[in-house]
Ligand binder design. Structure first.
Ligand SMILES: [Cu+2]
Length: 507
């Protein structure tokens, strides 16, 4: 016995000097990271039953994203009543694009639910009479078959009830599990439930609720009008939109998340899927702590955290420098071509000792920096048959900022020897079909613009809709002393239809 103790303490002594450099110093005997406060085993569900509920039943405060309910502030288990209503609603998925979402509480993601470990939760699922579908709920924070799914199958105009004890602390996804399950989830039926540990979570200044999801429509990305669900694209995992909080503009422009220099921020980040895994990253920040997978332990100093479909994480960071921080799925085509982008706007005094202060918004945000309202207005006018030249120019200007200006420059003057000018370019007198062809198919090889030689590559931009190409070209033709004229959606459609594209190409 004595010998064993001695051996142990010698081992500990030997281990000490190496500790600082040892990457495993924070791992316990099972290789688990143990950076959390006292690194102990929580005991999981076996130690999560703190006895029968005490006091008066509490009605759970439910919040819509990006808001998070206040901490429970309780040090005893209570009976918590949750009333969640399912609603099927048409809402904007992108400016000027409508989608029929199926929701928990009228929003995507659904209402945030916050309880304390040991609480007894009386759950009421109410399916609004206007719904066309039955729905149910599977909460990942529930111990019991189906997570509540079988007990909550609810027809339109009906209500179901079941009760569970929240035995495990953590941040959990909930979702609908009615067949076809993938479709219910793809339509927005997911949200988060936080089960606080008994001692609560460390306090922070601001908490936000952010949840990613992938969406599948028969229409192109940003194609105006109604966007129907596309089952085949969902099966193929070929998302049209990848979004935070269910809409492209949910947290940009006036809707941006807001905080101040000097504040600490916690993001409760979920991923509803149904298909894609999120590489969650905030451009310009480092997460001081990430409770990875929504569990009890945290990792420190993290750049990007992986959030599986049907999983979650809590990410804490502190704000030192003002400006716009961009939340992305670092699978970057999702961020810049499918919508997985949001902004945290931080106010406060510059801090040049930490960061010199030059803003990078324009480069990163492209068209997301400005308002896309003129684009939606032009689409609506087009549908009503009242589209004017001014509508097209305004829409084209907004779109030009995020697509063409990177190379041809915001003033259209290009960059000598690299990007030819569009301002007073002699190419502006060419046919509209040819100009549309350049945008849709790109341009390579030696050309002359205003007598100057260029020999470079413009990539095809066939991901733009016919509307977008028409408006961008109309804006270009009517700016910077160019000859004027109008390009119509139909002109562009004709050029697109006459171009063969390989399997899998943006069409
Ligand atoms: Cu459902």
């Amino acid at each position: 016995m004595k010998r064993q103790l001695l051996a142990l303490s010698i081992a500990a002594l030997l281990a000490l000097p190496g500790c600082r450099d040892n990457p495993n110093a924070n791992l316990d005997s099972r290789g688990q990271a143990t950076a959390s406060a006292d690194a102990g085993d929580t005991g999981g569900s076996r130690k999560g039953d703190f006895g029968p509920p005490q006091g008066e039943p509490v009605e759970a405060v439910l919040t819509s994203p990006p808001l998070v309910p206040p901490a429970t502030g309780r040090d005893y288990p209570a009976k918590v009543v949750v009333n969640l209503e399912v609603r099927e609603v048409d809402m904007e998925i992108s400016e000027g694009v409508t989608y029929t979402f199926w929701t928990f509480g009228g929003t995507v993601p659904g209402s945030f639910i916050r309880v304390r470990q040991g609480d007894t939760v009386e759950f009421h699922l109410n399916n609004h009479p206007d719904s066309k579908m039955p729905h149910n709920i599977d909460l990942h924070g529930v111990t019991g078959p189906g997570g509540g799914a079988a007990s909550t199958f609810t027809a339109p105009g009906h209500s179901s009830q079941f009760t569970f004890k929240a035995l495990n602390a953590g941040l959990y996804v909930y979702h609908c599990a009615t067949a076809p399950v993938g479709m219910h989830v793809a339509n927005g039926m997911y949200g988060l439930i936080l089960v606080e540990p008994p001692e609560g979570l460390p306090p922070v200044d601001k908490e936000f609720y952010v949840m990613q999801g992938d969406f599948y429509t028969t229409t192109k990305y940003r194609e105006k009008g109604y966007a129907p669900f596309d089952m085949q694209k969902a099966i193929d995992e070929n998302a049209t939109y990848v979004l935070f909080n269910g809409a492209e503009n949910s947290m940009t422009g006036d809707n941006a998340l807001k905080a101040n220099v000097g504040e600490s921020v916690r993001m409760y980040v979920g991923n509803g899927g149904p298909n894609l895994i999120s590489s969650f990253h905030v451009i310009g920040e480092i997460f001081d702590k990430v409770w990875f997978e929504g569990g009890t332990k945290y990792q420190e100093n993290v750049q990007t955290t992986l959030i599986p479909a049907g999983g979650a994480a809590m990410a804490d960071f502190h704000l030192e420098v003002p400006g716009s921080y961009v939340l992305v799925d670092h699978s970057l085509f999702r961020a810049f071509n499918k919508g997985a982008l949001a902004i945290l706007k931080v106010d406060g005094a510059e801090n040049p000792a930490i960061y010199s202060g030059k803003e990078v918004d324009e480069v990163y945000l492209g068209d997301k920096a400005g308002s896309m309202a003129p684009v939606a207005a032009a689409a609506a006018a087009n549908a009503a048959g009242t589209l004017t030249l001014e509508d097209q120019v305004a829409a084209g200007q907004a779109l030009f900022a995020g697509t063409c200006s990177t190379c041809h420059q915001p003033d259209g003057k290009g960059l000598a020897g690299v990007f030819p000018p569009l301002a007073q370019s002699d190419w502006m007198t060419r046919s509209h079909a040819e100009l549309a062809g350049i945008v849709l198919n790109g341009l390579t090889g030696p050309i002359k613009v205003n007598g100057q030689d260029y020999n470079s590559v413009m990539p095809p931009m066939s991901q733009l809709t016919d509307d977008e190409v028409a408006n961008i070209l109309t804006y270009t033709l009517n700016s910077w002393g160019n000859p004027g004229g109008r390009v119509s959606k139909e002109d562009v459609a004709k050029v697109r239809a006459s171009t063969e594209r390989g399997e899998g190409a943006a069409h």
